[in-house]
Write a protein that binds this ligand. Structure first.
Ligand code: PLP
Length: 373
């Protein structure tokens, strides 16, 4: 089988989606599955839909086109404010987009009119993350302006948290978003279909003890794909964290005399470096590098440590044996490693499903694998 590769267990993505859909559904909140970390991979998107996600969202129009070309017809929302230069494509491939700039909304309206369509607008409000969004005092005014435009229809408001700041939303920020929804409806009428409370970092709030108010949508990527809560990196109860596995092949093995040439380092530091001297520890080089993934975002298998990586080589030291040339080593990835690896041209994405999943074990006879626990 080709290496490096990512094995994706679609049944785990489906189950993770079902879990959040069930929990949030009980609070009147729908799930929009975010596909950007998988570059809009259609099978992964379909697993989210099969698990109960009401629609999909992505940040890039190319990823949305990939979904459409694969025959996915559900509503797809662009969650990054569109480039002015892409207004036509946005209207063509997405029902709705998140917006922060009136000039972009105007361009979307013109593009929609040319196509005899009405494009949905969700206004993104800035409530403290410091990334995108309209400041809350201007939202109602912009909403009113949209009401006067042809070709676009105001569908909702949303906010985003923890992306730039790394700070999860507070109850008072969530209450502000609900207040803004009410304020807009006071001036524009009851037209806000969606009040989107954020990304995976909003899950703890949404599943907490407080009332979730008017929030009726969350846009979830990381929670579904990796089963973790982004701010803490902790596993979410009941979620699978191993839907994705990155597998790389050993291309060189054997002990090296020292971790690195002593002349290259400060001699006073050399003795501080702990070098395993046990005969069972050995260096391996894997055919994987910075060009493929965020090496720092890989979890090492038990008994193995990272020595270093370059663009195409990943040097590890392992107490586990026997690993031969051609053996495969498996890693779990964090969000950053996943995102780069899914976009890497040399990494094959191999889909496993509930039924064919176990068949892949037949290949193990050929090469041992080091698996994460
Ligand atoms: C990436 C993104 C999401 C999804 O974030 P996760 O942490 O993967 O759930 C949601 N909304 C916006 C605007 C995003 O950019």
């Amino acid at each position: 089988m080709s290496c490096p590769r990512i094995e994706v267990d679609l049944s785990k993505i489906r189950r993770n989606t079902q879990t959040v859909v069930r929990q949030l559904g009980a609070r009147g909140i729908d799930v929009t599955g975010v596909t950007k970390a998988s570059c809009g991979h259609p099978a992964i998107a379909q697993a989210m839909l099969d698990g109960g996600a009401l629609g999909l969202a992505d940040a890039r129009i190319n990823n949305v086109q990939r979904l459409r070309q694969a025959g996915i017809t559900c509503p797809v929302t662009l969650i990054r404010t569109p480039m002015l230069s892409q207004a036509d494509e946005v209207v063509e491939f997405c029902e709705v987009s998140y917006n922060t700039e009136i000039a972009v909304i105007t361009a979307l309206a013109s593009a929609a009119i040319r196509r005899d369509k009405v494009h949905g607008i969700i206004l993104m409000v800035e409530l403290g993350d410091g990334r995108e969004g309209i400041s809350s005092e201007h939202v109602a005014e912009i909403a009113q302006e949209i009401m006067t435009m042809q070709g676009v229809a105001l569908k909702g408001i949303g906010a985003n948290f923890a992306c730039l700041s790394g700070i999860a939303p507070t109850a008072s920020q969530m209450a502000s978003l609900c207040d803004l929804a009410n304020e807009i409806e006071t001036v524009c009428g009851p037209l806000l279909k969606t009040v989107s409370g954020g990304n995976s970092a909003t899950l703890p709030w949404a599943l907490g003890w407080r009332s979730t108010g008017r929030i009726n949508d969350l846009r979830l990527g990381e929670a579904i794909l990796l089963g973790v809560e982004p701010v803490t990196g902790e596993q979410i109860d009941g979620m699978q964290t191993d839907a994705f596995t990155l597998i790389a092949e050993v291309i060189e093995k054997g002990a090296k005399p020292a971790p690195f040439p002593i002349a290259l380092v400060d001699p006073t530091l050399v003795k501080l470096r702990i070098v395993p001297t046990s005969g069972v520890s050995r260096r391996l080089i894997l055919a994987l590098g910075h060009q493929d993934t965020d090496i720092s975002g890989l979890s090492m298998p038990v008994g193995s440590t990272k020595i270093g990586a370059t663009s195409d080589h990943f040097v590890i030291e392992t107490m586990r044996s026997p690993l031969r040339l051609g053996s495969e080593v498996s890693f779990q990835m964090n969000y950053s490693a996943l995102m780069y690896a899914m976009a890497a041209p040399d990494i094959e994405v191999k889909l496993l499903d509930d039924r064919p999943a176990r068949q892949t074990r037949h290949t193990q006879g050929k090469s041992e694998r080091l698996t994460l626990v």
